[in-house]
Design a protein around this ligand. Structure first.
Ligand code: MF3
Ligand code: CO
Ligand code: CO
Length: 250
């Protein structure tokens, strides 16, 4: 395995896929309110994706049964949409991935259901800052390890746990490609970041320890200590001038 360098033509196609992904994610966020189910979000994302002529990448991916991941409260990632009813004060990460013109785009955000407490708002805001600052330290000629160093520093300041079992990833013709983009500090600085690389950064930040486990359904990832977990994800293309956030709508 090695990190693929994408041509300008390929990046243009990934840009289209990422724009669609970001639009569907934003629209899915608009339907979040107390009383809806996570299945309602799945139905919306599935239909919007198909209507745009794309395929929801999660559906049947290694057997995943739905078209989007919905991860509520102490669920870290890979939550399976179902009959769970959202209630005031919950948080929910919606993770959308589209396959359009042969290329994947991947993005997620954590949304508030109704009104959050200040403690919950701080967790979610910090998770988003971890993503934004992680992106900003990614530069051509730099190292992937700098992303994790930066994110770990931010989380440590507040005493939050950074999940270690799941990471960002290269993306393109495949949903998950090299490299693995770690969100925590390691001794190894990792691969060099080069122009033409396209990858995600998607830190999962716990209001507690770093530990997680997988539920009996084989997918749902939960915090070991029951703490809340928040996540944000963007797909980024490295240009000679720095990171272009392909899943950011302006
Ligand atoms: N979208 C997730 C990611 O950011 C992966 C979900 S895999 C699935 O990498 F099968 F659960 F959909
Ligand atoms: Co991803
Ligand atoms: Co994702």
């Amino acid at each position: 395995m090695s990190i693929k360098i994408k041509s300008d033509r390929e990046i243009a196609l990934i840009r289209d896929s990422c724009r669609l992904t970001a639009e569907i994610l934003a629209r899915a966020g608009e339907i979040v309110k107390p009383g809806i189910t996570t299945d309602d979000i799945n139905t919306f994302v599935h239909n919007a994706t198909i209507k745009a002529g794309a395929i929801p990448s999660p559906l049947n991916y290694h057997g995943f049964p739905k078209s989007v991941c919905t991860s509520v409260n102490n669920v870290v990632c890979h939550g399976i949409p179902g009959s769970q009813v959202l209630k005031d004060g919950d948080i929910i990460n919606i993770d959308v991935t589209c396959l359009l013109q042969g290329y994947h785009g991947d993005a997620s955000r954590t949304y508030f259901v109704g009104s959050p407490t200040p403690k919950v708002r701080k967790l979610v805001d910090t998770a988003e800052r971890c993503l934004d600052e992680g992106i900003s330290v990614a530069v051509p000629g730099g190292y992937f390890g700098e992303i994790g160093n930066c994110i770990q520093d931010l989380a440590d300041e507040v005493g939050y746990g950074v999940v270690r079992e799941f990471c960002g990833h290269g993306i393109g013709r495949n949903f998950h490609e090299d490299p693995m983009v770690l969100h925590y500090r390691t001794k190894n600085r990792g691969d060099r970041i080069q122009e033409g690389m396209v990858f995600t950064i998607e830190p999962m930040i716990n209001d507690g320890g770093t530990g997680v486990y997988v539920a009996n359904d084989g997918w749902t990832v939960l915090t070991k200590d029951g703490s809340l977990s928040a996540q944000f994800e963007h797909t980024v293309a490295m240009t000679r001038h720095g990171p272009e956030v392909l899943t950011r709508l302006d």
